[in-house]
Design a protein around this ligand. Structure first.
Ligand SMILES: [Zn+2]
Length: 339
């Protein structure tokens, strides 16, 4: 008798945390299930499933060619989705717990070179990936189910990449993730108190101080935050207020690509091309009715965060939520600027 693997969001009623159970993903290459223990390397899969996605039977969503007419980006449906398309129902109660069916979209954005990761891309290659992110975001946000759309990249096994071939992921969720909701609520509170967006205040201060800024152009600033959670963490923030990644202009996306490209190249230089990292986009929720006192466009800036994997959380961090960071962000920025 076959049983459908558990695929559900469950909420902890005390902490408010949500956990996504995606038991079907334990069968994927590099998955954590015990069937996969032989794949302890995680990336030693013989035939790369992303070198020729069509031949490997992947379901193609969209392809993008570079200026020379060569295929550069292929968007596919994730073969082992953490969320699955379907009608979104209301949250349900299971005993004392809230739960929600794990319905949504899970797509993979593959770049057409097995060896070259984001820090190796040129500006146009980076820009084209951002364009693919934005167009898929716009498309997925049309569907009824999906309060939030998360775009993220895992580079390196230590950062959670289960397949070595460079790729990013887009995943929509039927809830607004707590971390996102917390930041938006914090930003709304700051705006109420100061009549200015928190991001604008932070940006003005960072630009005035200068020492943590690693790159800036007309549209974006990349810097190591004063309150960096991790060593060499970088934030890339638009200078013009805009809560929604999906509405950024083509010119702004090019400015963003420039900042992202520079930041990742410099990180790679500082760490001699051996760094595992994640980067992700934080943007306003697709659906935000009744979530905040006023529309997110008045108080929030979408942005990119780059988080290198240089430290692991330990007992104190886990137990208190206070992260221990052993690198001064002033020093990190100095190294990243001059590498
Ligand atoms: Zn490959």
């Amino acid at each position: 008798m076959s049983q459908t693997p558990l695929n559900e969001f469950r909420k902890d009623p005390i902490s408010g945390d949500w956990v996504l159970f995606a038991a079907g993903r334990s069968k994927r290459p590099g998955g954590e299930g015990k069937d996969n223990v032989v794949l302890s390397g995680g990336q030693e899969v013989k035939a790369c499933p992303f070198d020729d996605p069509v031949a490997m039977g992947q379901e193609i969503v969209k392809e993008y060619n570079n200026a020379n007419g060569e295929k550069w980006v292929t968007v596919i449906k994730n073969k082992y989705p953490a969320v699955t398309p379907g009608a979104c129902g209301p949250q349900i109660q299971i005993g004392p717990f809230s739960a929600a069916a794990a319905n949504g979209f899970h797509e993979v954005v593959i770049t057409n070179n097995h060896e070259r990761t984001f820090p190796d891309f040129d500006l146009e290659e980076t820009r084209l990936v951002l364009q693919a992110f934005q167009e898929r975001y716009q498309e997925i946000s049309k569907y009824e189910c999906g309060d939030y759309i998360q775009i993220f990249n895992n580079t390196g096994k230590d950062a959670g990449a289960s397949i070595a071939h460079p790729h990013s992921q887009i995943l929509s969720t039927p809830i607004v993730p707590p971390l996102v909701a917390r930041s938006l609520n914090g930003a709304a509170g700051y705006f109420l108190k100061h009549q200015q967006t928190a991001h604008k205040s932070l940006l003005d201060w960072e630009i005035e101080q200068g020492k943590r800024v690693i790159f800036k152009n007309e549209h974006f600033v990349a810097y190591c935050p004063f309150v960096s959670h991790k060593p060499y963490e970088i934030k890339i923030l638009p200078r013009q207020q805009n809560a929604k990644f999906e509405t950024s202009s083509a010119e702004e996306l090019t400015g963003c690509a420039e900042a992202l490209n520079f930041s990742l190249r410099q990180l790679n230089k500082v760490f001699n091309h051996k760094l595992a990292f994640n980067f992700f986009i934080h943007t306003a929720p697709v659906k935000e009715e009744n979530l905040f006192p006023f529309p997110s466009d008045t108080f929030y800036h979408w942005h990119i965060e780059i988080v290198p994997h240089l430290s692991i959380l330990a007992g104190f961090d886990f137990s208190t939520g206070i992260i221990v960071n052993v690198i001064d962000p002033d020093q990190a920025a100095e190294e990243l600027r001059t590498a």
